[in-house]
Design a protein around this ligand. Structure first.
Ligand code: ADP
Ligand code: MG
Length: 680
């Protein structure tokens, strides 16, 4: 056999043929090195067995017990053999059941003691642990890795494979972090980390391993994003000069907040620089990001450029079109909407007009604007609700045409240190103030028994000329216990809301249908909108003042916050009612948070605490390269992120291209992280 290196394809390993290699590819494992970086999803924990007496049915646990007796295997039906053994620990006995595996069953010896791990179920004949994992007494490995699997790949195969690799490469795994950094940050070496992420010596070693691997991964992420930021620094092809926006300001129906003015200044300042702007504008739901977008569009247009505004959904695009037209047409700026609902001929015509410069501002979904649309002089691209798409798309856009200025708007306020990591390639502005006169939304939690009262409360608001939303989580009949939103709307229209106009909005409607419904709602032709979460982002109807969320337990905190952000957008007092039958402590805690605060920042922090920041980093919603060990759970608190940032900055200060030999491994890994995810 040829010498196995970390770069070798997995097929050099014994037992891995083309078929298994294909399965491993699905786990993003191509090389032997990748396999070492396939981290366990969890561990079978044999470290703290409980007494049989203390077992709680339906829970997973470990027990240390002696095999009293092995029963005769029974053929249940062709191809299914049931093996049973009785085990006891002095506080009680339970049955252990193994399906079909004589190999496993033979491993058990009567009179010997093992630690068993598995889910215990209650049966008529007593408690039973089905298909447990077990280790004999005296086995030093008490935390056994559980790997992510894909169909056709077995846990035991991966376990043995990786265990073998750790032995093979013992003493030969090159360190990837620069010398000095490990010591300065108190991190363990890579080989120790890999050994202990797979087969932890103990809980402490596992923590050290996770911390080191998380640190390295986030450091690579940060280095990659910072380099991306620099590489975007070819001189701008859209130089702009200071032009007055007074006429625009004068035409607005309201005075801008100080925060809005400051952020507009930060944007127009960047756009007058030598390099293209790459700026994230964060602002609480309702802080008025759209008018900021309009202002900088006006600035770009006055400088002779076209602008594109892209939204994640057709509904939002349609709405932005309406708002931008309202803000910009009084000052003579021509806005158009490129939507999926147009006929091909109309689309072609519109695209020709855009290419000839007949429109100044083009609004549409990402797909529509990015694909096949040529501009005459594109100078500014704005994207809304940035968390829906990623770094990759941003980069393709920047490459399109003339390397335009880029502004992304996000309604997910997160701590600055976190934002600096997630958006390391962007400058950041924050609209940290709400327009005056907003009344805080009142939020209540109710049980299903109070629904009729809630309907009455909603009717009273509709009678006063206001509008409302009822939000439900699903639209599929097959999710039996929840009524589909369509049926529910009919029930409401025939029952509690007879005589009121109701509308229905869900994800299965076509773009044109959605637009029509939203149009009717915005125009007040629909009083009560029954909807799924398609209304979550950005919809702005200031006359809508009441929202009832059914099955609120089904929504995460930030989702509830986004939903609630649809009301409280005008001068009226607004109310949000969260209905749930759930008694789960986590749900109740989430809903209590919603009732207590309307600050997106507080809610984001609470979300971070409840879900764990790892979840935050792990999710693909930020459009970042996928992270294998999701960051901060392992790192500790937010202050660690600051340390990480300064490390990254220092590394790049000393060695901007990561060319030094001691950064070679790091550079290779950064490139791989960003390349393999298609991010660059
Ligand atoms: P978001 O930041 O959530 O996107 P929008 O841009 O949709 O917020 O603005 C929310 C509402 O507030 C809109 O109806 C908008 O016209 C209004 N608005 C924005 N800025 C101001 C302001 N300075 N004073 C009063 N109302 C404002
Ligand atoms: Mg918005």
């Amino acid at each position: 056999m040829a010498e196995v290196t970390l770069e070798s394809p997995v097929t050099v390993l014994k037992g891995i043929g083309p078929k298994k290699a294909k399965l491993l590819e699905r786990l993003d494992v191509h090389t032997v090195g990748d396999l070492l970086h396939l981290y366990p999803r969890s561990y079978i924990d044999y470290t703290s067995p409980i007494k049989i007496r203390d077992i709680v049915a339906q829970e997973v646990c470990a027990v240390r017990a002696k095999v009293l007796n092995k029963l005769t295997p029974r053929l249940i039906r062709s191809g299914l053999v049931l093996y049973k053994a009785i085990i006891a620990d002095g506080t009680g006995e339970i049955t252990v059941t193994i399906f079909n595996s004589s190999y496993q069953f033979d491993r058990l010896r009567v009179g010997k003691t093992y630690t068993f791990h598995g889910k215990v179920t209650g049966s008529l004949t007593g408690l039973e642990m089905a298909s447990p994992s077990f280790i004999p007494d005296g086995d030093p490995c008490k935390l056994i890795p559980v790997y992510p699997l894909t169909e056709g790949l077995y846990q035991s195969v991966l376990q043995e494979l990786i265990r073998g690799l750790l032995d093979t490469f013992c003493g030969r795994i090159p360190e990837t972090l620069p010398p000095g950094l490990l010591q300065a940050q108190g991190l363990c070496g890579l080989e120790y980390a890999l050994d202990n992420i797979h087969y932890p010596a103990d809980a402490q070693a596992l923590e050290a391993a996770r911390k080191r691997l998380a640190f390295e991964e986030l450091l690579m992420l940060q280095l990659g994003l910072l380099q991306l930021k620099k590489s975007n620094r070819s001189r701008t092809a859209c130089p702009m000069k200071d032009v007055p926006l007074d006429a625009f300001y004068a035409s607005l129906p309201f005075a801008l907040t100080d925060a809005q003015r400051r952020v507009i200044g930060e944007c127009t300042g960047s756009m007058q620089g030598d390099y293209p702007m790459n700026r994230l504008v964060q602002g609480e739901v309702g802080s008025g990001k759209t008018v900021v977008a309009a202002a900088i569009c006006c600035f770009a247009v006055r400088n002779g450029y076209q602008c594109a505004l892209m939204a994640p959904t057709e509904i939002l695009a349609a709405q932005h079109f309406k708002t931008l037209t309202q803000f910009l047409s009084p000052v003579g700026i021509r806005v158009c909407l490129l939507t999926g609902a147009l006929t091909p001929a109309k689309k072609r015509q519109l695209r020709e007009q855009i290419a000839s410069g007949a429109y100044d501002v083009v609004v549409g979904t990402h797909a529509l604007v990015q694909k096949d649309t040529q501009f005459q002089r594109l100078g500014l691209v704005i994207t809304d609700e940035q968390h829906r798409f990623g770094v990759a798309q941003r980069t393709t856009l920047a490459e399109k045409g003339e390397n335009p200025h880029l502004m992304v708007m996000s309604a997910t306020p997160i701590p600055r240190s976190l934002a600096l990591i997630l958006y390391g390639d962007l400058d950041i502005s924050v609209i940290d103030q709400l327009p005056q006169g907003r009344q805080p939304i009142e939020t209540y939690k109710i049980g299903p028994d109070k629904l009729q009262r809630a309907y009455g409360f909603i009717r009273r608001h509709l009678d006063e000329g206001r509008q409302g939303y009822i939000v439900c989580p699903v639209i599929d009949e097959s999710e039996s216990e929840l009524v589909s939103v369509g049926t529910y709307r009919e029930e409401l229209a025939k029952g509690p809301f007879e005589g009121y106009t109701t509308g229905l909005l869900h994800g299965r409607l076509s773009g044109a249908e959605k637009e029509a419904v939203m149009g009717d709602f915005a125009a007040g032709r629909i009083q009560l909108l029954v909807a799924t979460t398609v209304i979550e982002v950005g919809v702005d109807v200031p006359n809508a003042v009441i929202m009832l969320v059914r099955n609120a337990e089904r929504f995460g905190l930030s989702q509830l916050h986004q939903l609630r952000g649809r009301i409280g957008r005008g001068q009226y007092q607004s109310t949000c009612i969260l209905e749930t039958a759930s008694k789960s402590p986590e749900t109740l805690r989430r809903l209590r948070t919603m009732c207590r605060t309307t600050s997106g920042y507080d809610i984001a922090m609470e979300d971070l605490c409840q879900r764990g920041p790892g979840d935050f980093f792990g999710s693909r919603q930020h459009g970042l390269p996928p992270l294998r060990i999701a960051g901060m759970d392992a790192l500790g608190d937010l202050s660690e992120l600051g340390i990480l940032q300064s490390c990254a900055a220092r590394i790049l200060d000393d060695d901007p291209q990561l060319e030094s030999p001691y950064n070679a491994q790091l550079k290779k890994n950064v490139d791989r992280m960003f390349r393999s995810s298609g991010t660059i």
